[in-house]
Design a protein around this ligand. Structure first.
Ligand SMILES: O=C(O)c1ccc[n+]([C@@H]2O[C@H](COP(=O)([O-])O)[C@@H](O)[C@H]2O)c1
Ligand SMILES: Cc1cc2nc[nH]c2cc1C
Length: 347
C-alpha cells in the first residue's frame, strides 16, 4: 500500500486564478500598481478555489521537541528551554502567543517529547514519542516507527485545523538544537557543504561556529549513504521537523494554503517538496530569516519571501507577522470598487 504522504495533493484552480486576475484588472487602480498584493490575492484565489479569497480563520500550530545532538553543545541555550518555552507558549508570554492572540488565530502547541517535563494540566497537546530524538552524529534521529508517529502527529494537526474551517495554516517549531539538525538535512538535500549553510541559531558565539560545523560534518559522515529525502528526515531530522514535513504534505492534500515560517520550517518545507513535489504550490514563504542557510532554502524552493525584518526566532512568529499582509491583500481584492461601480474612466 502506498504511504499516505506520497499521495499527490491537488493542483491549484487555474479557473479561479483566471477569474481573480480578471477581477483585479477591473478594480480602481492602474493594473499592477498594488504589486505583490495583487498576485498574492490571485494566488490565494487559485489555492482556495474561489474568486474572492478569505483569511478569517487562521490556525497556528507549534510543534516542539528536543534533539539528542544537544549533547554536542551546539546551542547557545540549554535543552530545558524547549519545555520551558512550551509552558510560556501556553501561558501567553511567548512572541507567538502574543501574535496568535492579536490575529485571533486558533493556536495549538503540540509537544512530541522534551527532556524536561511540560507542566501537568497545561493546555499543551502531549504527543510524546520519546524525551528526545537520537544524536545524529552517532545514531539515527528516529526509528522508522518514531518517524511514522511524528508524521501522523503532523497530519492529525492539519486534520484538526481543517475541521475548524481553517483557511490558512501556519506551523511553527520549538526545539533547542534544531538549527543543527536542519542544517545537516539541508546540506544533504542540496549537496552543499555545512560551512556554507550553518549559522548561529539561537545565538551561538562566532568562536563556537567552527565546532557546530564540525558536528554537522560528523553527522553527515556518519550518515554518508543516506540520500533519499525521507531517509534524510529520519536519520538527520527530529520529531518537530518530521511533524512539520507531514503537516505541509497534509495541507496540500487538503487544499489548504500554508504560510511557511523561517529557516527550520523552510528546511521542512523543502523536504516535504522533495518527498512529494505536489506540495510546492501550496506554500508561501513569510520572511527571510537571518540564518545564512535560509537563502539556499528559498532559492531551492524558488520562493520570494514577503518580509525581511531581521528575524530569527522561529515559533511561527515570522509567518504570523505576514498574516495581516495577506489579509489586506484579500480585503483590497474583495472590497475595492470597480471602474464601473465608481464611475472612474479607464484608459
Ligand atoms: O526559523 C528560524 O529562522 C530560526 C533561526 C534561528 C533559531 N531558531 C529557533 O531557535 C532554536 C534553534 O536554535 P539552536 O541554536 O538551539 O539550534 C529553535 O527553537 C528555533 O525555533 C529559528
Ligand atoms: C528563549 C527562546 C525562545 C525561542 N523560540 C524559538 N526558539 C527559541 C529559543 C529560545 C532560547
Amino acid at each position: 500500500m502506498q504511504e499516505w504522504f506520497l499521495r499527490p495533493g491537488q493542483a491549484p484552480s487555474e479557473k479561479h486564478r483566471a477569474k481573480a486576475q480578471a477581477w483585479q484588472r477591473q478594480l480602481t487602480k492602474p493594473d499592477g500598481s498594488l504589486g505583490r498584493l495583487e498576485s498574492l490575492a490571485v494566488e490565494l484565489a487559485a489555492l482556495q478555489q474561489r474568486k474572492h479569497p478569505e483569511l478569517k480563520k487562521v490556525n497556528i500550530c507549534v510543534f516542539a521537541s528536543d534533539h539528542g545532538v544537544c549533547a554536542e553543545l551546539v546551542s547557545a541555550f540549554p535543552q530545558v528551554v524547549t519545555a520551558q518555552m512550551v509552558n510560556n507558549f501556553i501561558n501567553g508570554g511567548a512572541a507567538i502567543s502574543v501574535l496568535a492572540k492579536a490575529l485571533k488565530a486558533e493556536f495549538e502547541v503540540v509537544s512530541l517529547g522534551t527532556v524536561a517535563p511540560v507542566h501537568e494540566m497545561s493546555a499543551v497537546r502531549d504527543e510524546t514519542i520519546a524525551r528526545q530524538s537520537g544524536n545524529i552524529t552517532c545514531a539515527d534521529a528516529m526509528t522508522d516507527g518514531e518517524l511514522a508517529q511524528a508524521m501522523d502527529i503532523g497530519r492529525e494537526a492539519v486534520a484538526r485545523a481543517v475541521e475548524t474551517g481553517c483557511e490558512l495554516f501556519v506551523a511553527g517549531e520549538m526545539g533547542i538544537g534544531n538549527s543543527t539538525v536542519a542544517t545537516a538535512m539541508l546540506a544533504r538535500l542540496l549537496d552543499q557543504p555545512a560551512a556554507s549553510l550553518a549559522g548561529p541559531g539561537t545565538g551561538l558565539p562566532l568562536n563556537r561556529m567552527a565546532h557546530k560545523i564540525a558536528v554537522i560534518e560528523r553527522a553527515l559522515a556518519h550518515h554518508r549513504h543516506v540520500k533519499a529525502p525521507l531517509d534524510v528526515l529520519r536519520c538527520l531530522g527530529g520529531f518537530d521537523i518530521a511533524a512539520l514535513v507531514a503537516s505541509y504534505i497534509a495541507c496540500a492534500q487538503a487544499k489548504l494554503p500554508v504560510l511557511v515560517d523561517g529557516y527550520i520550517c523552510g528546511v521542512a518545507a523543502l523536504t516535504a517538496v522533495c518527498i512529494n513535489p505536489s506540495v510546492r504550490p501550496w506554500l508561501l514563504a513569510s520572511h527571510r530569516s537571518t540564518e545564512p542557510g535560509h537563502g539556499a532554502v528559498l532559492q531551492a524552493l524558488k520562493a520570494e519571501p514577503l518580509l525581511d525584518l531581521g528575524m530569527r526566532l522561529g515559533e511561527g512568529s515570522g509567518a504570523a507577522l505576514a498574516v495581516p499582509l495577506l489579509r489586506m491583500a484579500c480585503d483590497l481584492h474583495n472590497n475595492m470598487a470597480t471602474f464601473n461601480e465608481a464611475g472612474v474612466s479607464e484608459h
